[in-house]
Design a protein around this ligand. Structure first.
Ligand code: HEC
Length: 101
């Protein structure tokens, strides 16, 4: 009993932040153009994570792009600016995107 409670607590503490960030991405409309594991209008988040793996400034770079939008990295289709996203939220989203596999 005790062990299953500990397992449950561990599972929640690992899964909850990731779910919260998916909820944030959904509420900010990101998932209208993106999916974690396949290309929609924009690149799959796991492809983004693979591209920037090991780059120290990736969170800041992607956070700025999320807020301002831009094009030319994944193709000609631009990502529009996401003015509904604060700088702090953009950093959270960028960090979350970079953990996808
Ligand atoms: C209208 C469609 C659309 C929406 C909404 C959208 N994106 Fe994008 N996103 C794109 C496209 C298209 C690209 C590819 C841009 C490029 O090639 O430079 C992209 C690229 C990205 C990248 C990679 C940037 C790079 O330079 O490699 C990240 C990270 C990203 N989006 C996150 C988000 C997040 C987080 C949100 C929600 C706040 C969001 N996107 C909302 C279409 C969208």
């Amino acid at each position: 009993m005790k062990r299953s409670l500990i397992t449950l607590a561990l599972t929640l503490s690992v899964a909850a932040p990731a779910m919260a960030d998916l909820a944030l991405a959904t509420s900010k409309n990101c998932m209208a153009c993106h999916a974690v594991d396949k290309k929609l209008v924009g690149p799959a988040y796991k492809d983004v994570a693979a591209k920037y793996a090991g780059q120290k400034d990736a969170v800041d770079k992607l956070a700025a792009k999320i807020v301002k939008g831009g094009s030319g990295v994944w193709g000609p289709v631009p990502m529009p600016a996401n003015a509904q996203v604060s700088d702090a939220e953009a950093k959270k989203l960028a960090a979350w995107v970079l953990t996808q596999k």
